[in-house]
Structures are given as structure tokens and as C-alpha cells.
Design a protein around this ligand. Sequence first.
Ligand code: M6R
Length: 610
Amino acid sequence: MCGIVGFIGAEEAAPILLDGLSRLEYRGYDSAGVAVYGEGCGLQVVKAKGRLKVLEELTQNGRALHGAAGVGHTRWATHGEPSDVNSHPQVSADGRFAVVHNGIIENYVEIKEFLQSKGVEFVSQTDTEVVAQLLEYYYKGGLLEAVGKTLERLRGAYALGILCADHPDMLIAVRQDSPLIVGRGEGFQMLASDVTAVIKYTREVSYLDDGEIAILTRDGVEVMDRYHQRVDKPVSHVDWEISAAEKGGYEHFMAKEIMEQPQAVRKTISTRIREGRVVMEGMEFSPAYLRDMDKLYIIACGSSYHVGMVAKYVLEKLLRKPVEVTLASEFRYCDPIVTKNTLALVISQSGETIDTLAAMREAKRLGARVLAIVNVVGSTIAREADGVLYTWAGPEIAVATTKAYSTQLAVVYLLGLSFAQTMGTVSEEEGAALAEALLALPGKLEEVLERRQDVQYFASLCFNHPSIFFIGRNLDYAVGLEGSLKLKEISYIHSEAYAAGELKHGTISLIEPGTLVVALASYSPLFEKLMSNVVEVKSRGARVLGLTTADLAEEMGKTADYVIAVPRTHPLLQPSLDVVPLQLFAYYVALQRGCDIDKPRNLAKSVTVE
Ligand code: M6R
């Protein structure tokens, strides 16, 4: 959700803020704004509905604003429609305070009514405006006192950047349940929702924790906890290159990230397998712990949840332990059955998804041990979990996840194999075969990508279908869920993913002559059963695009209208290869339809509101 950035130093702030916002735009992109304070110019605020380029034009790429301190915002609307007035920064009525916010102030109605009863007039529909107006209400000359009193009244999730015209030599950053980092430079300091916004300027960052307040001046940063006690924040060095977060010649980040999958999966797997055995950093699970483990609870949202769906089949098969996959947004409110012998496996690319974070905290509170699979180093989930396994995918910018999904899956396989080897639920030979197949996966992914023109051709035949069904059984069903999400997310075509055997219990009524059905048939033990379902939909006039392994392609082609073939791998690993043509299919369909692929409507990359 929304991205915030702040800068204080000796240079003109506005161009730096706009550059930072361009790297945060994936977090939300319905409007954007900046506030800059300059000697003789006062507080200058420019904000506008629409993409960042509207703001860039309005400010001549920042050159129209003068001053060395400022805050900026790119918005994903929660309270109030996307409009100029609802854009951030929100400014207090006296024009003294400019506030940028990511999150939701849950008690904003109560605060608004209180302030209105004191005569304060509101101009926007946002929850954020109450913060700016409260600051003004409490301000008697002391900025920190006003901030302290304001925070005492707020409930909800917020990362705030605050600029006060009376104190232009400082910026205030506040974090409560929404991500916020501080970038530390020589003669300048920055705040931002994530490191991508500051890395061009500094690689030294501190991750703020909940309840912390940072005071940024040109020369340094002071951090206090909620009790106003000074906190010594460690400084971490970010070691990835800025080019990793740029398009590198591709038309879209999504295309680049799809193509990066072999290398990302290689990086995630190769250092973790030695002589046929899995070696996972920072992870110790004794045979006794795993023997006594009563359940593995997988908690995630969206595509990460779909990885969990694959994981259920894989881990139950390898470990013979019950695995329950649950949507993070449901977990908190379903009175989950968790014991001290439950292992909660939390999966999140960003490590900041608020539903997943809240569910993880609940699992911990209930006594579970929590292991997280996360891509973003230093993210909140990574820091709060009992153990973390990183997916080494590098920064993922496209809203539609691809390489994060693939590397999450790779970590699931490694985890399953590691546990199975510790528990003795696979033989030496079976374990070695799986390890070998894992090491061969990147090469096979390259083979799949080499055939991307086949998928592009099918997409050119199908891009006008109003509704597309994905069917599969077992692992193929789990992959179909992801294929369907990818398609609807970026192409806006209605789509459903179904366990193939379930169609006839209702949904088959939607199949009519010409309906496109993508049939996944790579899970060889159920190939014939799946083909029966293909015949059923064909009999009702469906057009069928089959996805299967090369050895079964000819057989499938006897019934399906078109077939895409992928190389065969170990049966449990097949989802890693199958998902790629589905990502490509969604990408090429969206391209044909002229959709905004990296920034699909209504979405944002990092979902930090409930
Ligand atoms: O960062 P997370 O993995 O926790 O995000 C979870 C979902 O929001 C995410 O996977 C979403 O479904 C993707 N944009 C789908 O492509």
C-alpha cells in the first residue's frame, strides 16, 4: 500500500523525493504528492490524482520546488476516492504541518468528531488528515510534545512522515505496524517505506520497530521508543545493486522477473544442497521436535498462499504429517487449533503483508514456533519470526509476483527434503534423487523459457475470451490456482481455478460452446482421470488448452485443441516448471489487451492494510 519518502540535507529535496517515489510507485499509484520547506518559500505542497508522472509534470520534475527538507507520498486509496484533495501530504488547517501516511487510523472518526467539536474544519475524506489536524491542535511550540500527544490518541497502523514549517531542520518518522526505514547518509538523512527509495543515495539503513519515533536532522538520526527512551538502532548495509530494481531493457518488470527465474531459483537452491543433503542456514529442528510436531500450519495470502497449496501436497507426501493451509486474513479470526507442537510456516514475499504479520503474531501468541519464508531482508516478518529462510529472488517490483513464487516454492522443496531427511521419512536414494532434481530445476526452467513464443502464440488466439477456466487435480490444481490469479490480476479477464473432479458439482454449468479451459495434466498418476474431465468439457463445446509434460503431450493432443509441453522433472517438483507457461500466458494476454501490466488497476505490491 502507499509509499512514503522523506529527505533532509543540503541539496534540493524535491527531485530526490520524486526519484524515491518512482521506486515506491509499485506500492500504490492512484495519486502522489510532495511537501518541501525552503527558506523564503515556506511550505510548498503539490499533489495530484493520477500516476507519478502527473506530479512530475506539475513540479517540472521537482525543479519548481525549493528547499532541502521534504516528504513525499504515492497513494493506494483506503479512505476517500483518489482525488487531488485526498492525496497526501495532508496539511493542517494552519498550513504548519505536512503529513504523509501509510496505513489506517482506525479511530479517525472519533478524532475527527472531537476536532470538529473544537471548530476544526476538514477538507478531505482521508483518515490521515486527523493526524495533521491533531498535530496543530496540540502544538504549542514544541514539535516533539505535539507528536507525542498526537500519537497517544491514534489507533491503527501507521508509518508517518511529518514536516513542520516551524522546525524545517528536522523530519519526524513514526512507525506502528506499517513498514518504515531510515536511510543514513553523510550530511543528509532519509525515511522511506522500503530501501528501494533510498538505495541510490545510501546503503546504510536502520529498520524502525513498532512504537519508535525517529528524529532526522541533516547530520544524524535519533530514535526513541514509545516511552521516549533513546534507542540505539543498528545500521544494516544493503548489498544488492540498484540495477536489480530497474527494468534492464525489458518492456515490463514482470517480463524481466519471469526471465530471471532460473537464476533466482539457482541462487535459492544451490548453496543449500551439499552432497545430496539439505543444509539450511539458521534452522535447527531436531528429530525429536519433528517427531512430536502435531501439525504444520501454513499461513499466507495471494500467490504465497498458492505456494502453500502446493506445499500441502508436497509436505504431506514427504513427511506424513498433517499440513493445514490457511489464508492469513482468516487465521486470526477462526480460533485456530494451535499447540506448542505446532509449526507455523509463514510465507510472504514482502515480509510486510499486514494480514500475514498479524496471523504470525497470533500463531506465536498461541504457542506455535514460527518459521518464515521471506524475500525482503530485514522486513518485519523476517525480524519477528523464530527462524527465517530467505528466498534469494532479489527485488520484485511487478505487482504480479513470478520469481518470488518460484523461489518460495524452491524453499518449500528444500524444507520438505530437509525435514524428511531428518525424520527418516525418505530413503537415502529417494532423498538424493530429489536433491539432484532440485539442482537441475534452473536448467529446466531455462528450457521452458526458451519456448515462450509458443505461449505467446496461444495468447494471441485467446486474449479476447471473456472467461477462462483452469482445471487440474492434486498438484496441477494448486498450480492452476496461481495461473488463474495471474491472469485475472493483470488482464482483467474473469477466471476460475477448479479441482477438475469438482466441476461437475456445479461449475460445469458455466461451460458453453467456445469457453476456454486451460487443463493442467502434468501430475502423471492422475493423467487419465484429468483427461476424462477434459473430455467432459469438450463434450459441452469448450476449447481446451492443455499443459502437460513432453512425454504426455501427444496423448493430450488427441483431445485438447492445443498443447503446451514442459520438460519432465521429479513429480513433486513439476509445479515449478508448470507455473512458468501460465505466468507467460497471463503476461502475453495482458500485453495483447493493452493492460498496464506492472501496475494493474486497484492493486498494490505490498498490502499493509487489513
Ligand atoms: O508479500 P506477500 O507474499 O505477503 O504478498 C501476498 C499477496 O499480496 C501477493 O502474493 C499477491 O497475491 C500477488 N500480487 C499476486 O501476484
